[in-house]
Design a protein around this ligand. Structure first.
Ligand code: BES
Ligand code: MN
Ligand code: ZN
Length: 478
């Protein structure tokens, strides 16, 4: 999809379809010559209520009049939502070149959200279909405003494209998206974008570095694990080194503590944190943000086999901590422990990790908010604010020494699960907490938001959750 902006009137563009939004209590801002659009409103065929759509033909173009609801309630999330609704109708009508007339007095974040909503809604994953039911795609999106919105539109296009690429990685099944393939994607990003370099460690390197927790997960699989590192050095980068750490279990069977068969196929999404980290760094670099970022992604399968880790096994992570593996299905924290310690050892001054870590976070927060757990109130607030601004919402849960007591081990320093299953998401976070020390760190448990969130613009399959949030955070740090 080509995306551009113009200060010309929408009618003067080459678009075949023009979108005109109307807020409650307001009228058509720029009508066609004979007043067709206002007449639609006056007759009640077009409505001002949120997401109501009407279609008219005039001046050799198609016009979509869409209700925007109350102006005071219109926020970027609503903009993404309405853009997705418009995109759906436009495609039904076989529109190929769509122009949004940007509503008057919309802030930049709203303009960006119109782009995001359209691009995200236009996403298809039909690579494996011989007969895609897709009826074609939008070729061009133009935004017309009275003022210069070029940079806002271009930035939003970069971010939304990155989010869609994360969704491609998520949706690609485990037989194709192996740890090696994910590492290859990181190398592609490094090759494509200025300022980014990739360094890939193999399973042998992981063992040699003493990452016994990560290695324990990897040992059960025939697919060789990878520790993927991306470095981005922005122009005139100042400020703290931001480490983005991602869980990328390319398929989680549970291992010897095997999962039930029902819906196990969804465990291909267990690499969603890693996908978000890689594509967010790609976007941050494309935007040339003046910061330094270190990406650390732990990629492996979690499989049962004759070589797999067993319940009761004790391993030593790279920071020396010994771990009794009580349940092999709590593998994400094992992978992340060594990745977090690695980030700290490489000078991370701020850390965000993203992981589809616990089913418990889905029980607690559903598909709307990701869980946020942090050892630093100021950092937590910054990350949460980036979430709010990007529409990728977070809700903070507490850490507390009482929860940390729960993971104290009998045979080793710590255990990887608390068998009472109480506060499962927090217990997992307390486990990770052991590996970050005092470095300001925010853990995002995205098990509920990574896929099938039911949003209008990214409701099915991988959602790309985290890409917008991480880029927003980076923009705020720059
Ligand atoms: N990848 C899962 C978490 C998950 C569950 C993500 C459902 C998405 C949907 C993780 O590795 C896991 O298996 N966690 C266990 C931890 C338990 C054994 C303490 C869980 O949540 O059941
Ligand atoms: Mn698991
Ligand atoms: Zn998992």
């Amino acid at each position: 999809m080509q995306i551009s902006s113009t200060t010309q009137p929408a009618a003067a563009t080459a678009a075949d379809t023009i979108v005109v939004g109307v807020f409650d209590g307001e009228d058509i801002p720029h009508d066609v010559a004979d007043g067709t659009l206002q007449r639609l409103l006056d007759r009640g065929e077009a409505r001002r209520a949120f997401k109501r759509l009407a279609v008219a033909h005039a001046e050799d173009k198609r016009w979509i009049v869409v209700g925007l609801g109350e102006r005071s309630r219109f926020d970027p999330e609503r903009a993404r939502d309405v853009a997705a609704a418009v995109h759906g109708r436009a495609r039904e009508l076989n529109a190929t070149h769509l122009c949004w007339e940007v509503p008057h007095h919309l802030e930049d974040a709203g303009v960006a959200a119109l782009v995001e909503g359209t691009v995200l809604a236009g996403y298809r994953f039909d690579r494996y279909r011989n007969h895609p039911d897709d009826d074609g795609a939008l070729e061009e999106l133009i935004l017309s405003a009275h003022y210069e919105i070029g940079p806002t539109v271009a930035t939003a296009a970069v971010i939304a494209a990155a989010q869609n690429r994360a969704r491609d990685l998520q949706n690609t099944p485990g037989n194709e998206l192996t740890p090696e393939r994910l590492a290859h994607r990181a190398q592609e990003i490094a090759a494509e974008v200025e300022g980014v370099s990739a360094e890939i460690l193999t399973e042998q390197d992981i063992r040699a570095l003493g990452m016994g927790a990560f290695a324990a997960v990897a040992q059960g699989s025939e697919e060789d694990a990878r520790l993927i590192q991306l470095h981005y050095e922005g122009p005139d980068a100042a400020g703290p080194l931001l480490a983005l750490v991602g869980k990328a279990v390319t398929f989680d069977t549970g291992g010897i503590s095997i999962k039930p068969a029902m819906r196990m196929s969804e465990m291909k999404f267990d690499m969603s944190g890693g996908a978000a980290v890689l594509e967010a760094i790609g976007a941050i670099a494309r935007l040339r943000l003046p910061i330094r970022v270190l990406g650390v992604v732990g990629a492996t399968e979690n499989m049962p086999s004759g070589k797999a880790m067993k319940p009761g096994d004790i391993v030593r992570a790279s920071n020396g901590t010994t771990i009794e593996i009580v349940n092999t299905d709590a593998e994400g924290r094992l992978v992340l422990s060594d990745c977090l310690a690695h980030a700290v050892a490489h000078g991370a001054e701020r850390i965000v990790d993203l992981a589809t870590l616990t089913g418990a976070i889905i029980s607690a927060l559903g598909n709307t908010h990701a869980g946020l757990m942090s050892n630093d109130d100021a950092w937590s607030a910054q990350v949460e604010a980036a979430g709010r601004a990007s529409g990728e919402l977070l809700w903070r849960l507490p850490l507390h020494p009482d929860y940390a007591d729960g993971i104290r081990g009998r045979y080793a320093d710590i255990v990887n699960v608390v068998e009472t299953r109480k506060a499962g998401s927090i217990a997992a976070a307390e486990f990770l907490h052991r590996f970050v020390g005092d470095v300001p760190w925010a853990h995002l448990d995205i098990a509920g938001t990574a896929n099938d969130t039911g949003r209008s613009y990214a409701g099915q399959g991988g959602s790309g959750f985290g890409v917008r949030l991480l880029v927003e955070l980076a923009r705020r740090l720059a």
